[in-house]
Design a protein around this ligand. Structure first.
Ligand code: S3P
Length: 169
């Protein structure tokens, strides 16, 4: 593997779960950017948003992501908004292999209802918030090297598909 593999897509699509499995198969390091930020700040992402605001988080996200994608070859799970940052996106498109994991909005909404640790989503306006975020981001996610519609796929199938795409890349 010559380039790092970057997983992007909406919150809750499975970037971290798939990334961890993938890294194991490829025997490379797995990096979960949000986890690194939480460790650094000794706070959950939700708490960082609450205490310091989104702009502060986005700065940390940019700094941390740019640093780590230049490091040795790895599998990296981005936060759902990271690829929207043009500096991060440009660097990833230049030097990595990027994969957009996509899921139907209805499936995402079900996942968010089960777990509300996401600062950008308010359960009161969940459906419209998710639709608006997805609408604004889908063209940008689509700039990734590959897109996988994960709707009816098992985790293992998604991992196998990425391994194949990565071989052909
Ligand atoms: C965000 C996604 C989250 C986290 C933050 C913002 C986003 O990561 O970075 O809450 O803007 O989509 P996950 O995609 O891992 O949930």
């Amino acid at each position: 593997m010559k380039k790092s593999l970057i997983l992007t897509g909406m919150m809750g699509v499975g970037k971290s779960t798939i990334g961890r499995l993938l890294a194991k198969k490829l025997a490379v390091r797995f990096i979960d950017i949000d986890k690194i930020i939480e460790k650094q700040e000794k706070k959950s992402i939700k708490k960082i948003f609450e205490v310091f605001g989104e702009a502060y988080f986005r700065e940390l996200e940019e700094k941390t992501t740019l640093k780590l994608i230049q490091n040795k070859v790895s599998v990296i799970a981005l936060g759902g908004g990271a690829f929207i940052n043009s500096k991060i996106r440009r660097e990833i498109l230049r030097s990595c292999c990027s994969i957009w994991l996509n899921l139907k909005i209805e499936i995402l909404i079900k996942r968010y209802k089960k777990n509300n640790k996401r600062p950008l989503l308010d359960l009161k306006n969940l459906e419209s918030d998710v639709k608006n975020i997805f609408q604004a981001r889908k063209k940008i996610y689509a700039q990734s090297n590959f897109k996988i519609n994960c709707d009816n796929m098992k985790k293992e199938e998604i991992v196998q598909k990425i391994l194949k795409l990565n071989e052909s890349y």
